[in-house]
Design a protein around this ligand. Structure first.
Ligand code: LLP
Length: 424
């Protein structure tokens, strides 16, 4: 996103108001290409579920993962079908640890393939929909994440079917005449190579234990991206190589071709997105210099929730230049009525500073690498509106979500009329 000129961003901020999410379509397409060796890229849309972004993914040949009824609906509105494509893979797969009642009815009605993270899901689906296509999401007994909150494996995690229960799960598949599509492992977000090898090893072991045929295996998601300047990008060729070996083992074991899927969220969109905010106040609090902007953790939740780092730069409204000697340690905070609304904080909520040029009221701030788990995790806390989203895509650049209005915010709520004769 560093390729987008500052004057373009300033223009967008002026035209569409801040906070504003800005995405770059060519960056997304580039990341898709980097994973092109996998048979199927299944986008974990929870990272950024804007319907236009989903349709961009679909046009680029990507399949999609959905974790709720809402995500299934978004995928369908973006043109994804629940049917299988030429690769044999379903357009949409629902991955979760439970099936709430309305989602269960919907996946049965629309024949959405289900990736089951609990044996109860198999009972519930099997009773209503014998023959349904299912994956088994296995918890291999270990996990890893960039934060404890994004580790999805091991005994402290609620995710997946415990590895020792693979056989029981397969028995349920048989009992309900379900169709086993494949095995799936996702141990967390921000997986490094050491854990990757461990995951591949775990999948190989599961395949050896499996006494049932399958069509596919899924490597899950979790590929990290460089948030800090000194962090390296994932070597996708190496990533593929390791998984391809597992696939070959599966092919030897079952005697036919086995499809290899990958399920990234962050990798496809994180670096393609930024958040623009306007500086609305500056203040000195003892030794700390604060710059307050109009984006808070209701917009970008990651720093407050995980202590995540997002690079920040200042865009002067008037185009003035900053000298490197003018940098000063600055705390960046948002507008919310809560002390934790600090966008420069580390793990354990420690307030941090960044060396930034002296921003004045009216200047803009850019929060980089915010395309994943940015807009999709934003909320209406403090009754602040969801920000608009804009996509750069050459001649097709445009707003892809309007800013929420005060009416949108309030329209689902009502004050019931008082009925005569009912005691207060
Ligand atoms: N597949 C499954 C089953 C998942 O649970 C997830 C993420 C993914 C794929 C995609 O993971 P990714 O490639 O994006 O790392 N809000 C956190 C991340 C939570 C991820 C939850 N599951 C964050 O902002 O870092």
């Amino acid at each position: 996103m560093k390729n987008i000129p500052a004057n373009l961003l300033t223009r967008l901020a002026n035209e569409h108001a801040t906070p504003l999410w800005v995405y770059d379509a060519p960056t997304i397409r580039d990341r898709i290409k980097q994973l092109g060796a996998f048979d199927v890229i299944r986008y974990a849309q929870k990272a950024c579920s804007n319907i236009h972004i989903l349709s961009l993914m679909r046009e680029a040949g990507v399949h999609v993962d959905a974790v709720s009824l809402g995500e299934i609906e978004r995928a369908q509105r973006a043109g994804f079908s629940t049917a299988r494509t030429a690769s044999g893979a379903a357009g949409i797969v629902y991955t979760a640890d439970i099936l709430d009642r309305s989602t269960l009815r919907h996946v049965v009605k629309d024949k959405v393939e289900v990736n089951a993270g609990s044996t109860d899901m198999l009972h519930q689906l099997g009773e209503m929909s014998p023959g349904h296509r299912v994956w088994l999401r296995i918890n291999p007994g270990f996990g890893h994440g960039h934060s404890k909150k994004t580790n999805t494996g091991g005994e402290s995690s609620k995710h997946g079917i415990w590895h020792d229960e693979l056989r029981q799960a397969v028995e349920l598949v048989r009992r309900y005449h379900l169709h086993l599509v494949g095995l799936h492992l996702h141990i967390g977000s921000g997986v490094d190579y050491r854990h990757l090898q461990q995951v591949c090893h775990a999948m190989t072991g599961l395949l050896r234990d499996l006494d049932h045929d399958l069509e596919a295996i899924s490597a899950g998601g979790g590929l990290s991206v460089p948030y800090r300047e000194d962090e390296k990008a994932v070597d996708t060729a190496h990533y593929f190589e390791l998984w391809d070996k597992v696939r070959k083992e599966a092919e030897n074991r079952f005697g036919h071709a086995v499809r290899l899927e990958i399920e990234p969220g962050r990798f496809l969109v994180a670096e393609a997105g930024l958040l623009l905010a306007e500086v609305r106040a500056t203040k000195q609090m003892g030794r700390n210099h604060f710059t307050l902007c109009d984006a808070g953790f209701n917009d970008l939740m990651r720093p407050a929730l995980y202590g995540s780092y997002h690079e920040i730069s200042v865009l002067p409204r008037d185009g003035r230049c900053f000298s490197s000697s003018s940098l000063r340690p600055t705390v960046i905070a948002g507008p919310l009525c809560e002390s934790g609304d600090v966008l420069t904080q580390g793990p354990d909520s420690v307030v941090e500073t960044r060396n930034l040029p002296p921003a004045q009221v009216g200047d803009f701030l850019v929060f980089h690498n915010a395309g994943a788990y940015g807009a999709s995790m934003s909320s209406n806390y403090n009754s602040r509106m969801h920000a608009a989203e804009y996509l750069f895509d050459g001649a097709a650049s445009r707003l892809i979500r309007r800013r929420q209005t005060i009416n949108d915010l309030c329209e689902a709520e009502f004050i019931p009329e008082k009925t005569a004769g009912v005691a207060e």
